[in-house]
Design a protein around this ligand. Sequence first.
Ligand SMILES: [Zn+2]
Length: 109
Amino acid sequence: MTQKTKSRKAKQRKIALERVERLIDFASSIFDRRPELSHRHAELAWKLKTRYNLRLPNHLNRKICRKCHAFWAPGATCRVRLQSSHPPHVVITCLKCGYKKRIPYKARG
Ligand SMILES: [Zn+2]
């Protein structure tokens, strides 16, 4: 692979990540009114993620169920619990399919 195609790929992935971010943003802004539409956007975002093999930053990663691709709205489509066991972690339970995601919890300061 030449340097040129490599950087073009990197650029495409950067654009794809920005699109994912916008899709999730939009999904959260319309969830109250059109939950089905936000799930569709979450699914689209997931497709982009897998197509470009993106690593999502944490704030996006905890917005989509990796099993059923539902948009996660805390209290509505997912449940967020803090576990103080060792090591401390956050458990997000998808209320649509029951998938549980564990995120290590870092205390600040
Ligand atoms: Zn799910």
